[in-house]
Design a protein around this ligand. Structure first.
Ligand SMILES: [Ca+2]
Length: 576
């Protein structure tokens, strides 16, 4: 959930107006420096960079301006050789006065980004699979979605093999707790599995079912990530069974404008009083309980903007002390203000809090989701991909390992935005996402091209559609599985440096590199096959295709590569 969506709903902007507005917001304003290419120089410790947007830009290494002499490279771009790079340099930036764009210069070490290999499959329980009609609507008193399909843990259980076969590492379950709605974010008891999700009226049987599911998924190599709303509980929160440590949590009225609007819809939420230390402990204990007692693999923290930064750092520190392997990521969405503002806001959650430490392992990457949808689904200018990757790298300053997604429960599905519903368009987007530095989320149904909602900007819940088990697109699922396996097989995609090589209106080429491997990634968003030519980051290397794609071959000039890209595709090749 994200409260700002209410503000969005009050607007009447049409879809096209939103996209156009976004493109304007995303276009470079005047001199906005961007890297066109970054390539290793001939001698170690040198880089050859090309920058556009400023004839005499500054170059920054880890936030420090570094000397560089630029000369014209044509097309308004300038080129410089940067030598004597300090070893271990992380972030190469450009911009006047301060860096505005950056690229990661070195691969993240596994201990710096231990969760970048994760592929998280997001299940919204009510729509995924209905294991029994006996619990449908049990305990629900409000907010029953028009497409709620009775889905429950009994339904997920027999799908464990399906989920394991996709190659995912975790499932993120929408809130499993006792609640009065179909979405489940209004928790009545953090310690009880909800009646509509499991066995009505029998908390012990419900918990046993959850444990059976955790075991079965575990056998398939898949962990469970719980969706945890800690900003608020239901107005009807169970103060006896829901507070086993007798901490007597306190609540307040809504504190933020968006929350007030939400409350006016009559859901009767109770906002936890974060000024009360017992309440903070109560909330930390909730997460610790599920980590200690039920062995979940992580948490997706809901609406983190509703809670202070210190709380997130405190709960992160306690969780990691207990279970360093827990993957903790947050949702910091601010949809009423566009991706630029949201990016700045997300950046605050990547910053460690003084005297406490980090807040999250990762944050859900909303800005790139919007950009990827515009480029891959709406034929938007492909240069936006490169531009926004460089913007987010700078904004997150190397702390950030965004968890990328293209579909979610709160936004219109990619396939509903798409100008045509080709498998290629969707697959090109998911493949591109899989090549980005960070973990990724696949919303249930995306692997089979699920659509049937509507295209609307900001919050929209029309993508909550029952999983079409009787009409799966087996071919697409197989190809998605290959993409997921590629992500998991190639550490260079998970943590490697990223060198931009080419970007134009409908093509992007980049390299990903670590100490042992260089991978090339190319995107063609046009509906025709086309050949791109670019400088090789590894002259003389032979390239092997992944995903049965084409390979780059020697170009017209020495050191150039030529790659013929299929229409609407993201292709990957790895240096041999
Ligand atoms: Ca059911």
């Amino acid at each position: 959930m994200a409260w700002e969506h209410i503000m969005r709903l009050s607007r009447t902007a049409s879809t096209t107006a939103f996209v156009a507005g976004f493109l304007l917001a995303g276009a470079p304003a005047g001199a906005e420096e961007r890297f066109v290419t970054v390539l290793p120089g001939e001698s170690p410790g040198t880089l050859v960079v090309t920058v556009t947007g400023n004839k005499s830009p500054s170059v920054w290494i880890d936030g420090e301006a570094t000397p560089a002499r630029f000369e014209s490279a044509g097309n308004g771009a300038v080129r410089a050789v940067i030598s004597d790079l300090p070893s271990g340099s992380s972030l190469l930036g450009t911009g006047s006065g301060k860096p505005v764009a950056a690229i990661p210069l070195r691969a993240a070490r596994p201990e710096e980004a231990p969760f970048n290999d994760r592929v998280v499959y997001h299940i919204m329980l009510g729509y995924f699979a209905n294991g029994t009609p006996a619990n449908d609507r049990a305990g629900m008193r409000r907010w029953i979605h028009r497409r709620y399909a009775g889905g429950d843990l009994q339904g997920v259980l027999p799908k464990a093999d399906y989920l394991g076969a996709l190659g995912i590492t975790d499932v993120w379950l929408s809130p499993v707790f006792q609640s009065e709605t179909s979405h489940g974010y209004d928790v009545q008891n953090y310690y009880r599995i909800g009646d509509s999700r499991a066995v009505p009226g029998d908390p012990d049987a419900s918990l046993n079912l959850f444990r059976e599911l955790a075991r079965t998924l575990g056998d398939a190599g898949v962990g469970i990530i719980l969706d945890l709303p800690l900003d608020y509980g239901a107005g009807t929160y169970d103060r006896r069974a829901g507070d086993p440590n007798r901490l007597k949590p306190r609540s307040t009225k809504a504190r933020q404008e968006a929350e007030k609007v939400w409350e006016s819809w009559g859901t009767g939420f109770k906002y936890w009083n974060m000024r009360d230390e017992d309440t903070r402990e109560f909330l930390r204990e909730v997460a610790l309980h599920w980590a200690r007692e039920e062995g979940v693999s992580g948490f997706r923290m809901d609406y983190v903007r509703g809670v202070d930064h210190a709380f997130w750092a405190e709960i992160y520190r306690e969780l990691k002390a207990e279970r360093p392997d827990l993957f903790v990521f947050g949702e910091a969405w601010q949809d009423a203000h566009g991706p630029g503002t949201n990016m700045g806001d997300i950046a605050k959650y990547y910053e460690p809090v003084d005297d406490i430490g980090p807040q999250f392992d990762s944050l859900i990457e909303f800005p790139m989701k919007i950009v990827m949808t515009d480029v891959f689904a709406r034929d938007g200018d492909a240069r936006q991909l490169e531009r926004w990757l460089q913007s987010t790298e700078q904004a997150y300053r190397g702390h950030g390992h965004p968890i990328y997604f293209i579909d979610s429960h709160d936004m219109s599905r990619f396939s509903d935005w798409a100008v045509d519903r080709s498998d290629e368009r969707l697959l090109a987007a998911v493949t591109f996402m899989a090549t980005l530095r960070g973990p990724m989320i696949l919303f249930y149904g995306t692997e089979t091209g699920l659509a049937g909602g509507k295209a609307a900007a900001g919050f929209d819940d029309s993508g909550r559609i029952p999983m079409p088990w009787d009409a799966l697109n087996e071919d697409l699922i197989q190809r998605m599985t290959a993409v997921i396996n590629m992500k998991r097989d190639l550490p260079v995609l998970q943590r490697g440096a990223r060198w931009p090589l080419l970007a134009d209106a409908n093509a992007v080429v980049m390299a990903r590199a670590n100490d042992t491997t260089i991978a090339l990634v190319a995107v063609n968003t046009s509906t025709e096959s086309r050949t791109v030519e670019f400088q090789s980051p590894a002259p003389g290397a032979l390239w092997a295709a992944r995903l049965d794609g084409p390979v780059p071959v020697s170009g017209t000039d020495t050191g150039m590569l030529s790659w013929t890209l299929p229409a609407l595709a993201t292709v990957v090749a790895v240096a041999q």
